[in-house]
Write a protein that binds this ligand. Structure first.
Ligand code: BGO
Length: 271
């Protein structure tokens, strides 16, 4: 039987290595990603050796600025994993969801693992995972890897992903930005897969050099895209990279305000 691949993705210190070790045990192989000195680790799930967990380097973003980010995004775009298991430190929800917004744009079925729930509880934060799952449109599981809690729930979601995993809806941003992104999407080269169009449109809007140089586009199309970007920058009054960053954080703060209550929120309302 051919092996199915799940990519394990998360920020540094989210508990990714701890989860990888728990799920794969001693069934691991370690090497380097081609051409870079970034460690490549993969392992078969203890509970189902037909599923391979690909441990991607800890990253904060899918920008092209570090070898770890380049390795992670190249793998996610080119190696066609069946799904992404995105582990986050739920006690730092806003910061960790920044990478999640980018992963949602790749057109790959995805599961969100809310790790460090023991810390979340100690901080008095109430997190409604059902509302979070509804807002993001993907399955969400709570876990504490060090307490070995929630691991079997993650395995159940991985199994479900192979049966009815679907490509998540991507986050929607400011209308003026959405118009620009759909115009860019229309101009993308034909070889870009439909489910990856959102990611490529955003990367071109950000003037991501790697994406610009790897895709063959006529000078005319390049100019049209540049005109769309500069006009949107003028309308919104910011540079394109900052526009995307701000829109991601606006989206995250809406999601977090729907599903997260800090102790100060409920203590105030009860007094
Ligand atoms: C140390 N809860 C808590 N409280 N901690 C967790 C959990 C959890 O659910 N999951 C992981 N950790 P990595 P990346 C450590 O190593 O897996 C802890 O970078 C220490 N080390 O045990 O390495 C985990 O792969 C000394 O903590 O994350 C680890 O994503 C004192 O989070 C840290 C205290 O986990 C990072 C902690 C010498």
């Amino acid at each position: 039987m051919t092996k199915k691949q799940i990519a394990l993705v998360g920020n540094p210190n989210s508990g990714k290595t701890s989860l990888f070790n728990e799920l794969t045990g001693s069934n691991q192989s370690v090497g380097n990603w081609p051409g870079v000195t970034v460690e490549k680790k993969e392992g078969k799930l203890k509970k189902n050796p037909n599923i391979v967990l690909q441990d991607l380097p800890g990253i904060y973003s899918l920008s092209p600025y570090t070898p770890e980010e380049v390795v992670a995004r190249d793998y996610l775009l080119q190696d066609n994993p069946s799904g992404i298991l995105n582990i986050i430190d739920a006690s730092n929800l806003e910061r960790n969801l920044y990478l999640t917004t980018q992963l949602l744009e790749l057109g790959i079925p995805m599961i969100l693992s809310l790790n460090m729930m023991d810390v979340v509880e100690k901080k008095g934060i109430r997190l409604n995972e059902e509302k979070l799952a509804y807002s993001l449109g993907i399955p969400v599981v709570k876990m504490s890897v060090t307490k070995k809690e929630g691991l079997s729930d993650a395995l159940v979601e991985i199994d479900k992903l192979f049966v009815h995993g679907r490509i998540p809806d991507f986050p929607l941003y400011d209308n003026r930005l959405e118009v620009a992104l759909s115009e860019i999407s229309e101009l993308l080269p034909d070889n870009i897969l439909t489910h990856q169009k959102r990611w490529y449109s955003i990367k071109l809007f950000e003037r991501d050099e790697t994406v610009c140089s790897r895709n063959v586009m006529s000078d005319e199309v390049k100019k049209e895209i540049e005109d769309i970007i500069s006009m949107t920058e003028e309308i919104i009054g910011d540079d394109s990279e900052s526009i995307i960053i701000n829109e991601r954080y606006n989206y995250i703060s809406q999601v977090v305000s729907l599903c997260c209550l800090k102790e100060t929120d409920y203590k105030l309302s009860m007094s």
